[in-house]
Design a protein around this ligand. Structure first.
Ligand code: ATP
Ligand code: MG
Length: 433
């Protein structure tokens, strides 16, 4: 029978890769804890209406990329394409926003029906942060600083932060009119997608990935020119806040976010080490969203970072250093056993080592029943520092043989015969000494 394959754009994360993911997750968790940001987990499946209302019908995400279907109760459901709408829905539903400002983070898979390529999949993973109930420009600065510090701490090279202000909704309305007039005047030189967006979502034209359209846009009116004095002042305070934290940024007047609910600060963090899909993290302020989803007027700022792109970067960095493939995956001890009694003792000792109070060991037991030589070969491949050998004779005497697998002297050089009690009393440090 022909074996089945995963769906296009849905990727398996194999054991060689998961250590990178775990490292990113652990580092993010640590950074959030230090910044007093709490985790929230929401369902992967929501009513389609949440995203239609929260993201906007005219966006690519809602218009073309959602995994939507009717469930057995005829509800219109969608696999979440992003996290913000769900977090805001949950915060409203459970009255969190009424309890005061919320500092929340989330992580997990998102689903968008896009054309798969490097750094772009149909199931992908984000880590995101949402500050709900914060209006002060310092909250924009703090949100950006948390993302920046996380990426720096992970060792991502070639980072740059691009910043823009989308102004207030009034500013955008005024700008929209100017921009539409300009786009209409240049309609025939725009790519077909952008031509269509003139009516559906003109600001998104600025975000076009078409190089000719991008060149043409150099002459378009910019949002910066359309900002009111107040919006301008607010943006200045964000920039000063970043300067005070020595976080470098460049202004990009054509930076808009793909989603409709953003205003004022918008930002992206890109890496020069990624190809076409260079944006690792994107976010900004979305003061209108909570109200749009039926909650009380609540200012908010947040971001989401794409884990696949981060993993690509960490992989590249590791390959550049020529480091070993599976960091941290090797056990401390590999147990080789033969004979009914030897095998039985092996199981007992392995379990006791794993659950030693204070000083547990990572132990792999060879369960193959193969000859000792074969088991030892696998022990060396496992990356463990030590092998523990147990046969019926050792079991009868209550002893074990401890064999170094790597390091000076080479494998098998200096086996030690120990009583099982002596062995169990060895700390990891003594073992490694
Ligand atoms: P892009 O312009 O790359 O499509 P976007 O504006 O659609 O990005 P957001 O919705 O802001 O992206 O999501 C935040 C981050 O999530 C992106 O910067 C990117 O790192 C990641 N991301 C978005 N879509 C995908 C995808 N299909 N596959 C992998 N990562 C993704
Ligand atoms: Mg996209």
């Amino acid at each position: 029978m022909k074996p089945l394959q995963s769906l296009r754009g849905m990727v398996d994360l194999l054991p060689g890769q998961t250590p990178f993911w775990q490292r990113i997750e652990a580092t993010a968790r640590d950074h959030f804890r230090r910044a007093a940001v709490e985790e929230i987990r929401t369902p992967l499946l929501e009513l389609t209406e949440l995203f239609a209302r929260g993201i906007g019908e005219a966006t690519d995400v809602v218009g073309k990329e959602m995994y939507s279907f009717e469930d057995r109760g005829d509800r219109h459901c969608t696999l979440r394409p992003e996290g913000t709408a769900s977090v805001v829905r949950a915060a409203i539903q459970h009255g969190l926003v009424a309890q005061g400002p919320q500092r929340l983070w989330y992580g997990g898979p998102m689903f968008r029906y896009e054309r798969p390529q490097a750094g772009r999949q149909r199931q992908f993973h984000q880590i995101g942060l949402e500050f709900l109930g914060h209006a002060d420009p310092r909250s924009d600065v703090e949100a950006i600083a948390i993302a920046w510090d996380l990426l720096v701490d992970l060792g991502v090279d070639g980072l740059s932060l691009e910043l823009n202000s989308l102004g207030s909704s009034d500013d955008r309305l005024r700008y929209r009119a100017d921009l539409v007039a300009w786009l209409e005047a240049h309609r025939e030189r725009l790519d077909p997608d952008s031509q269509q967006r003139i009516t559906t979502n003109p600001l998104r034209v600025l975000d076009s990935k078409n190089p000719e359209t991008q060149d043409l846009l150099a002459g378009a009116p910019t949002l910066a020119e359309a900002l009111s004095g107040e919006s301008h002042e607010r943006f200045l305070r964000v920039r000063q806040g970043l300067e005070a934290l020595a976080i470098p940024f460049t202004l990009n007047p054509r930076l808009v976010r793909g989603l409709d609910y953003y205003g004022h600060t918008a930002f992206e963090i890109t890496s020069s080490q990624l190809g076409a899909q260079a944006t690792v993290c994107g976010g900004g302020r979305y003061d209108g969203l909570v109200e749009q989803l039926g909650g009380p007027p609540t200012p908010a700022v947040g971001w989401a970072l794409g884990m696949e792109r981060l993993v690509l970067l960490l992989n590249q960095a590791q390959q550049a250093q020529g480091a070993e493939q599976r960091p941290g995956a090797a056990p401390d001890l590999y147990v080789v056993s033969r004979g009914v009694q030897g095998e039985a003792h092996a199981m007992v000792l392995a379990r006791r080592c794993r659950h030693r109070p204070g000083d547990p060991l990572a132990v792999q037991v060879d369960l193959s029943g193969a000859g000792v030589d074969k088991q030892l070969k696998r022990a060396r491949r496992s990356g463990a520092r030590w092998a523990l050998l147990l046969g019926d004779e050792e079991a009868a005497n209550g002893t074990v043989r401890l064999m170094p697998l790597h390091g000076e002297g080479g494998a098998g050089s200096a086996d030690r015969l120990l009583s099982q009690a002596e062995f169990l009393a060895l700390s990891l440090d003594q073992l490694n000494a």
